[in-house]
Design a protein around this ligand. Structure first.
Ligand code: ATR
Length: 276
């Protein structure tokens, strides 16, 4: 029996054990996934525990995604650029870190858009770890026109450095500029925590006018429809919440561990049932 885990703090409400264990069962894989509540002061011991106990792999979640990196043996290029790890693979005692969050998001966006996004204009709201993941995945997908905005513009500068390292370009614009230019964007993505339960009456950006056919998406899935998405929908946007990203990042981690692509639709149904 192989053992997989989640390192986070807290982890009580995580849906990861549910969807991974269900996928193991459906695929007849003899494995178990368990959530571990790891206090930040004991993260190193927990990572050493992966080796000592022979866990085959782990997910890493808040608040450990950045801090865990220094305890790993290797970090893949994409995770290094993002500066955060959400997936660990134990390769015969050598722990390698990956990041599937950004790619999980971009796969959900491509599926929704059903069209090539390389010439579309994207507005990325936020500059934290989630924004870095999405930015790297967008740029690696060849999506060239990315503008970044954030409450604290200064904090978004490292994202420009990331774009630079990928030999691409991104623009930085103030929130008020973004609001006045909103109708130029084909895709608007909220990566901040603004609007997340319990602060459901906050929005990261005020929406005045939107481009015809715009996709507005929010990485948040609690609530399923943030006020930001509600307002965008009222203005005619196609909207998307964070459920697909959550499912896709899990599915991509599962693939790193097992080499098998799990049933994403089934994972999504389980998540929606849990949230609904
Ligand atoms: P994560 O790693 O989950 O992305 P983070 O690194 O804490 O989280 O980043 C949080 C993001 O949400 C940042 O872009 C932050 O803006 P600042 O850089 O200005 O702090 C944004 N954010 C959080 N609370 C916010 C609020 N009340 N209003 C506007 N932006 C907020």
């Amino acid at each position: 029996n192989k053992l997989y885990g989640l390192l986070g703090h807290p982890v009580g409400h995580s849906m990861s054990p549910l969807i991974h264990n269900d996928a193991f069962k459906a695929l007849d894989i003899d494995a178990t996934y368990q959530a571990f509540d790891v206090h930040p002061s004991q993260l190193k011991e927990a990572v050493d525990g992966i080796r000592a106990l022979g866990l085959s792999g782990c997910n890493v979640t808040v608040p450990h995604k950045v801090a865990v990196m220094e305890f790993l043996d290797e970090v893949d290029e994409e995770a290094r650029l993002i500066g955060a790890v959400n997936t660990i693979v134990n390769e015969n005692g050598k722990l390698k870190g990956y990041n599937t969050d950004g790619r999980g998001y971009v796969e959900s966006l491509l599926e929704q858009a059903q069209t090539n996004l390389s010439n579309k204009r994207i507005l990325l709201v936020g500059a934290g770890g989630a924004a870095r993941g999405v930015l790297v995945a967008l740029l690696k997908e060849g999506i060239a026109h990315v503008s970044i905005t954030n409450r604290t513009l200064e904090k978004a500068k490292p994202l420009l450095a990331i774009a630079n390292e990928l030999q691409t370009d991104a623009a930085l614009i103030r929130l008020d500029e973004a609001e006045s230019l909103l109708n130029q964007f084909d895709v608007i993505i909220n990566t901040t925590s603004v609007g997340m339960s319990p602060n459901i009456s906050d929005t990261p950006l005020s929406i005045h006018s939107l481009k015809q056919g715009v996709i507005v998406s929010d990485l948040i899935y609690n609530p399923l429809e943030t006020l930001f998405l509600q307002e965008a929908s009222q203005q005619g946007a196609e909207i998307a919440n964070g459920v697909a990203m959550f499912v896709n990042q899990a599915a991509l981690s599962f693939e790193y561990w097992t080499g098998i692509r799990p049933d994403r639709k089934k994972m999504e149904q389980l998540v929606l049932r849990q949230l609904g």
